[in-house]
Ligand binder design. Structure first.
Ligand SMILES: Cc1cc2nc3c(=O)[nH]c(=O)nc-3n(C[C@H](O)[C@H](O)[C@H](O)COP(=O)(O)OP(=O)(O)OC[C@H]3O[C@@H](n4cnc5c(N)ncnc54)[C@H](O)[C@@H]3O)c2cc1C
Length: 368
């Protein structure tokens, strides 16, 4: 038998590190194991929304404008139609994934989390997990091993999950960011989204239903974007990945608990995956400290619900060109309406406000 730990976190991505930090702050002894070595990169739009920044602060990880580049809101673009809205208060910050990972690792070390890199987990034992071929015993095993989670499968928590899969490519261009907004270019069955980063870099993420689609195949679909980046130098390596809408019936069983993308995920177009992971981490630590894991199950569902619905709505809009164009025209004509939706998306308006905004949108959409 190998070593023992109170909490074993499988996966040292953003969700695993957040869960480890939050649990450590409650006094638990925590070990994180990850098959990769830091800083871990991944296909990501790299936009930290204001609510994501707030969650990071709660974990003791302040992100400064100098870590990346500020963005003031969102801009939707399709052909000649452009709709733009700013966040109601704090701005977002575009931060390269490796920069975020480095900051999270530093914070985990500072909190006293034990970190084992280059250390894959190959199974669960009921009393822990198989780490590098030996059992590591743990009171709790947290599965934070991402979208294709094996911990989820090994623990039988895959049951009754609902899936919607799309394919993604992320690329960095060495070009001075031209925008103070995250730009989302809408095309036929695909979207490209642009996040300004620090250091004269711009992140472009393509999300599509077609696994073979690459950015260079999309220039006819996104001529405005092509004009900006086609001749720019590439920086770093492209990353590919999948983005999945999924919701699990249960996120814990026995001593295994899931968090982050392993526990269900929203489509990348929402820009909310990281925020959800961080909020789940905080809720999970509270539940572990109170000894009532059912409260995590309830909190998880409450945290995910609105983003899950928004995720489905945006993916649905991506499919139906005529309806989408009409929706974009309504938002372009009434920027106040878009701003109110955005405020709701980042948790800055009440459910009542959001219902009133949806009603106003519905009326304009029907008469457009
Ligand atoms: C194209 C794209 C764009 C996105 N854009 C945004 C955005 O702009 N803003 C936002 O907030 N979110 C965005 N997201 C979502 C966000 O990237 C995810 O929600 C986030 O990465 C989830 O973190 P995680 O830690 O759960 O998973 P991951 O980041 O996938 O980390 C899982 C970790 O587990 C490790 N691991 C896996 N299996 C094992 C094993 N057996 N043993 C040990 N270690 C293991 C892996 O090495 C990895 O480090 C985007 C996603 C995609 C695909």
């Amino acid at each position: 038998m190998g070593r023992e730990t109170e909490i074993l976190v499988v996966g040292g991505g953003p969700a695993g590190l957040a869960a480890a930090i939050a649990a450590r702050k409650k006094g638990f002894e925590v070990t994180v194991v990850d098959g990769a070595k830091p800083p871990i990169d991944k296909a990501c739009g790299e936009g930290l929304m204001p609510n994501t920044l707030a969650a990071l602060r709660e974990l003791g990880i302040p992100i400064y404008p100098s870590d990346g580049r500020i963005f003031r809101g969102l801009r939707f673009i399709e052909g000649k139609t452009e709709a733009e809205a700013n966040f109601p208060g704090e701005n977002g910050i575009g931060v390269a994934r490796t920069v975020l990972h480095r900051k999270m690792v530093e914070r985990a070390e500072e909190c006293g989390v034990s970190l084992l890199w280059g250390t894959p987990v190959s199974g669960l034992t009921g009393e822990g997990a198989i780490v590098r071929g030996r059992e590591m015993r743990a009171k709790w095993v947290i599965g934070a091993d991402g979208i294709g989670s094996r911990v989820r499968r090994w623990s039988g928590l895959d049951f009754a999950s609902r899936h919607r899969v799309r394919f993604a490519q992320r690329r960095h261009y060495r070009t001075r960011p031209w925008t103070e907004h995250v730009e989302i270019y809408w095309g036929r069955m695909m979207q490209a989204y642009v996040t300004p980063l620090g250091g004269e870099e711009t992140c472009v993420a393509l999300i599509s239903d077609d696994p073979r689609m690459r950015l260079e195949d999309t220039w006819e679909e996104f001529p405005e974007l092509a004009a900006r980046v086609q001749i720019a130098e590439l920086s770093g390596v492209d990353r590919g990945g999948v983005t999945v809408i999924s919701m699990l019936r249960r996120v814990h069983r026995g001593n295994v608990i899931l968090t982050g993308d392993a526990s269900g995920s929203v489509d990348a177009i929402t820009g909310e995956g990281l925020c959800l992971s961080f909020r789940q981490a905080i809720a999970l630590a509270d539940s572990l400290a109170s000894g009532r894991l059912e409260t995590y199950q309830v909190a998880h569902r409450l945290l995910s619900r609105a983003t899950y619905v928004m995720s489905r709505l945006l993916v649905w809009l991506g499919r139906y060109g005529k309806l989408r164009q009409r929706a974009l025209q309504v938002l372009a004509r009434d920027p106040g309406l878009f701003a109110r939706f955005l405020a709701g998306h980042v948790g800055k308006s009440s459910a009542l406000d959001l219902a009133a905004t949806s009603l106003r949108f519905g009326r304009q959409f029907l008469t457009a």
